[in-house]
Design a protein around this ligand. Structure first.
Ligand SMILES: [Zn+2]
Ligand SMILES: [Zn+2]
Length: 367
């Protein structure tokens, strides 16, 4: 079956890959759609050090075609959304309600392309094992993954749209709804309006935020931000974003600022734009060797809070299900988000478009 495989830095393409049969607690998923995310490109470029070869894809949806002998929660024919941040429900962390950091499915194993037991499920034609990015490897016609990594959805859901809930939407909306805990009437500043930032905006809107400030350099992205719920647009290349946000909040500052780019200078701007006791949430993936500079005295005086955010910021399986409900009820706009679909053989074009910011989200669809 066809899969997008990264074989070296900036070397990737479609290969014929074999997927091993599901083990006892695993399922085989025939993929319907897989979104392209900047993290996929971080694997291609080497910015996210990942053992190669590695099957790309961590934002997908499909239909279960085979289940392992101990799988009882799922059956052949179930429509599912893949979840790179699963919670086993049984480990020490899950028992404390900290499933985001589930010990049975450590994030570093997924980042290394390995299943939780350190093994592989994908094989190149010469027998060489290939990793599966985020233990999903779903930019492929099929994948085999642990049952904790799928979320069952209604069979009527359009998976070519709903697949983006799997990473970009749950990450962005989760930063507003879960980590940022936006309340009705709050003011929210979003720095960077790409695939994640646009969904911080949607999450803030769903939570009833009053003012939603969208900051970006691209007029096209700002236009999309407005369509998805931003109330004020700030072009960071032309305006002083912090000064604008202070002015628009009566010199108080935003209740919440979310940085979605991974640029320390922008994290500082986000922090500077929040009010006393306000919160800055960092979602953007910065290079591992970079630090953020904050004024220590200001931090003490203002009582501001800065925190990191990964995946949904909560129980990701439950959150994915709730986002699909929002989509079906018309509260979450995925149709605007998925601006183009590609066949798997068009992956080079899809990656070029990702880098050139052509789409809010590009999605590879499978027959
Ligand atoms: Zn992603
Ligand atoms: Zn667990």
């Amino acid at each position: 079956m066809k899969a997008v495989v990264v074989t070296g830095i900036n070397e990737f393409g479609v290969e014929d890959i074999e997927v091993l049969p599901p083990q006892a607690s695993e399922v085989r998923v025939k993929m319907k759609a897989c979104g392209l995310c900047m993290s996929d490109h971080h694997v291609i470029s080497g910015a996210m050090p990942t053992p190669l070869p590695c099957v790309l894809g961590h934002e997908g949806a499909g239909v279960i075609t085979e289940v392992g002998e101990r799988v009882t929660r799922f059956a052949e024919g179930d429509a599912v959304i893949l979840n790179f941040s699963p919670a086993c429900g049984k480990c020490d962390m899950c028992e404390r309600g900290l499933g985001l950091y589930c010990s049975a499915h450590p994030t570093d194993m997924g980042l290394a392309g390995l299943q939780a037991d350190g093994s592989h499920r994908h094989q190149r034609p010469d027998g060489e094992a290939a990793g599966a990015f985020m233990a999903l490897g779903c930019m492929a016609e099929e994948t085999v993954i642990h049952e904790d990594r799928v979320v069952k959805v209604d069979s009527g859901v359009d998976l070519t749209r709903a697949c983006v809930v799997s990473c970009g939407v749950m990450t962005g909306a989760g930063a507003a709804i879960n980590t940022g805990a936006v309340r009705p009437g709050d003011s929210v500043a979003v720095f960077g309006c790409g695939g994640v930032g646009l969904n911080v905006i949607q999450g803030a809107r769903i939570s009833g935020a009053g003012q939603i400030f969208a900051v970006d350099l691209s007029p096209t992205k700002l236009e999309l931000a407005q369509k998805l719920g931003a109330t004020h647009l700030i072009n960071g290349g032309e305006q002083d974003a912090v000064a604008q946000i202070m002015a628009l909040t009566g010199d108080m500052g935003a209740d919440l600022a979310v940085e979605c780019v991974g640029a320390p200078a922008l994290m500082r701007q986000a922090y500077d734009s929040t009010r006393k006791l306000g919160m800055t949430v960092v979602v953007g993936v910065a290079p591992p060797d970079q630090d953020v500079a904050l004024n220590a005295f200001d931090l003490l005086l203002t009582g501001k809070c800065v925190c990191g955010h990964k995946a949904s910021g909560a129980h990701s399986g439950q959150f994915i299900a709730s986002l699909v409900d929002h989509y079906q009820a018309g509260r979450l706009d995925l149709d605007t988000l998925v601006s183009r679909t590609y066949a798997i053989d068009e992956v080079q074009q899809a990656v070029d478009d990702l880098l050139n910011n052509v789409n809010a989200r590009g999605v590879i669809v499978f027959d």
